[in-house]
Design a protein. Structure first.
Length: 305
């Protein structure tokens, strides 16, 4: 960013910026999963910015979760941060960086938030111990809450500078990330990771070493079910707390976060219907269920005053 606080102008050849945004859109279509259809609810200018930011976050996450030692992945994230700095200075190295630099300029994104995303992903490059609920909140902020802040800068508030929006955006990010944690519990445990607080595991008589095991029938499985019920309730309470965010956003952008919240709430409901069993089989939503959740949320958000 320049001393004036504005992103430097991007020197591009004719058509290069359009190509960059097409590249970002194609990348999102390939990997966005639960995000793709809610993104379609945005007007084109905001959708392009969201695609660019999502692509940036996804690439950082892929590095953190990719092959190589922890030191090698940290080095890759350091190089990624240098590319971010160059892009913010008006020297993007590739189409993805060009799309991101344009999003920063057009949506006046806060560069520090982008650096925080890299910091959050770097946490997965070292042994991560989440001892308390506060540790969980901090982790989720770095990988999801700050993404909520970036998204709301793109969506824009009805009242510019609305002081309630940042905290609500962070709460929605926490709710979505905790839902991801619960859905991916088995896969993470198999990789030696646990994002649930140690204090919660101890409270319900569970241990990290058995999180990937198939659920036990009857009373033997009750500790795990009680733990999962507690965490599902925590996520749902966070979604409820974030609900006032939607009407505070510009009407043309409300459908996207409303749809994301609806899809992720359905994931929580699916976990409950399974008896909180996330070990036997990955919990997924069928396309029709996603479409109904997205359509209903968009309609509700659009009709609200």
């Amino acid at each position: 960013m320049s001393d004036s606080g504005r992103a430097p102008a991007l020197a591009t050849v004719p058509g290069e910026l359009r190509a960059a945004h097409r590249h970002a859109a194609r990348s999102v279509r390939r990997v966005a999963g639960n995000f793709y259809y809610p993104f379609l609810l945005l007007p084109p200018s905001k959708r392009r910015a969201v695609y660019a930011v999502y692509g940036f976050c996804r690439r950082a996450d892929d590095i953190a979760d990719g092959p190589g030692t922890a030191a090698e992945r940290r080095a890759q994230l350091d190089a990624y941060r240098q590319q971010l700095t160059q892009a913010l200075a008006g020297r993007p190295a590739g189409l993805g960086w060009l799309a991101l630099a344009d999003a920063v300029r057009s949506s006046r994104l806060t560069p520090a938030h982008l650096h925080t995303v890299i910091d959050g992903c770097a946490a997965d490059c070292a042994p991560l111990r989440i001892a308390t609920g506060a540790d969980l909140e901090r982790y989720c902020y770095g990988v999801a809450g700050v993404v909520g802040l970036l998204s709301c800068e793109i969506f824009q508030s009805v009242r510019p500078g609305d002081p309630a929006v940042p905290a609500l955006a962070v709460r929605l990010g926490f709710a979505m990330q905790l839902t991801n944690v619960l859905r991916d519990l088995r896969e993470d445990a198999q990789r030696g990771r646990c994002y649930l607080p140690d204090e919660d595991l101890g409270r319900f008589g569970c241990c990290r070493s058995t999180l990937a095991d198939p659920p036990q029938p009857g009373p033997a499985g009750d500790p795990m079910r009680r733990l999962m019920r507690f965490e599902v309730d925590r996520a749902r309470e966070a979604f409820d707390a974030a609900r006032p965010l939607i009407p505070r956003l510009h009407r043309d952008a409300r459908g996207c976060p409303a749809a994301l919240a609806a899809v992720y709430r359905r994931l929580l409901a699916a976990i409950e219907r399974r008896g909180y069993d996330v070990q036997s089989k990955r919990v997924r939503l069928r396309g029709g269920a996603k479409a109904r959740a997205v359509a209903g949320a968009w309609l509700g958000a659009s009709l609200r005053p």
